[in-house]
Design a protein around this ligand. Sequence first.
Ligand SMILES: Cc1cc2nc3c(=O)[nH]c(=O)nc-3n(C[C@H](O)[C@H](O)[C@H](O)COP(=O)(O)OP(=O)(O)OC[C@H]3O[C@@H](n4cnc5c(N)ncnc54)[C@H](O)[C@@H]3O)c2cc1C
Length: 464
Amino acid sequence: MPADDLLARLAALLGPRRFATGAAIPARNAADAAGGAPQPPLAVAMPETTAEVAAVLRLCHGAGQAVVVQGGLTGLAGGAHPRPGEIALSLERLKGVEEVDTTSATLTARAGTPLAEVQAAAEAAGLLCGIDLGARGSCTIGGNVATNAGGNQVLRYGMARRNVLGLEVVLADGTVLTRLNKMMKNNAGYDWTQLHIGSEGTLGVITRVVLALHPRPQAVQTALCAVAGTGGALALLAGLTARFGPGLIVFEAMWHEFLEVARDRIVRARVFDPTPAAAVLVEVAMGAAADPADAFADALGALMEEGHLADAVIAHSEAERARLWAWRESVYEYSRLGLPIINFDLGVPRVAMAAAVEDLRALARARWPRSLTVMFGHIADSNLHVVVAIDPADGLSEVAIEDAVYAVVAGHGGSISAEHGIGVIKRPWLGLSRTDAELALMRRLKATLDPAGILNPGRVLGPG
Ligand SMILES: Cc1cc2nc3c(=O)[nH]c(=O)nc-3n(C[C@H](O)[C@H](O)[C@H](O)COP(=O)(O)OP(=O)(O)OC[C@H]3O[C@@H](n4cnc5c(N)ncnc54)[C@H](O)[C@@H]3O)c2cc1C
């Protein structure tokens, strides 16, 4: 089908409010959060129903037209960033929480619903959505599932995958697959829904999601703990796990360089003096403890006596809690540094974490000494984030830095992506984390579900 004919049919299907071309294309649809130069798509389709998503895909499939799937556009791997000539299929109008079933403890939402709305609906019903991340106000539940998002509470509730019970997905040819399962146990045949979780829009378009909800944690206590480096952080993790078990819900490590940048350039306050080798933001649900604040302080005191932490600041109010979180969230303000940034999202087995941190530090000192290299991470989940703010005086390209960092990670048996996915940005290094046989299987699955290769082409897997 010639492109003009396809565009005319899509325009007739969706009408002018939900289909845009040329100058009418909203600027937001030209880029995701990965930092690439804006690239307006050929057109933007904004369907409001699953049937419309299916109709759009049927037409594009028939015409061999490439489609980029867009949720909240907060992805950090470039997966939703348009490539020239693609039609953007935006889920922004397919939104709303359809149901909260308090008996089954499930929530059903349309894919374009912002995560914050899903969380609020769960909370209003006295329950908790187990997925939480810094982009909660803009990212969508469909995007969270498509990327198998992690975030701040993976330690307790798992990644998106562990929270999904059912999905509705539209395949590239317009076939609608509906499995809005609410049961924890359901072994009737292959669970194809798992295949779509983390597939980054390359195998189908998620249109509805059923989430398992959790009881709300009670009496949550927050503290920022100073520790003696990576080994100290892991010892604290072991001590807190032994004491609180599943009550430990947040364990966010930040290393020395990260704390110094936050102190001097973003938070502009002092918390520990001198800055420790590392600090960990900890949250524990104390449940029905008679005096949760005292019990938490006593536990931290005992851990300090055992040598698991050097110092701690405990939050006694919501405002103090927000001030402690500001240290961890300072990383979202790095655009203020005015330098090109590379965000690494690395998986490192806990057992190799201390060595990997030291090797990365030594690498940065030797190869890009003028650039700023900081580390933080959800280390209980084996997730280490490294941010490099590149000083051009080091004379190194982004790719040279990426090559060097990924080689260290591969050497420690780690992963080039813990939670953000592969998208286009990390595609060249996928072979460091997956074998040839695994990559061949992924290509076969892609060819089966999207034989014309129209869905998010070039993401995750390269051509051929
Ligand atoms: C400030 C900030 C903090 C962040 N913190 C975290 C974090 O802690 N943990 C974490 O994992 N990520 C984090 N991210 C990354 C990002 O928020 C997540 O990847 C999020 O899940 C993306 O959701 P989205 O709706 O914005 O998806 P988009 O960016 O629109 O898309 C992401 C990918 O999913 C595909 N996709 C989107 N919607 C669908 C759908 N309905 N069906 C099929 N495919 C779809 C897209 O094609 C693309 O490949 C953070 C990002 C920012 C900006």
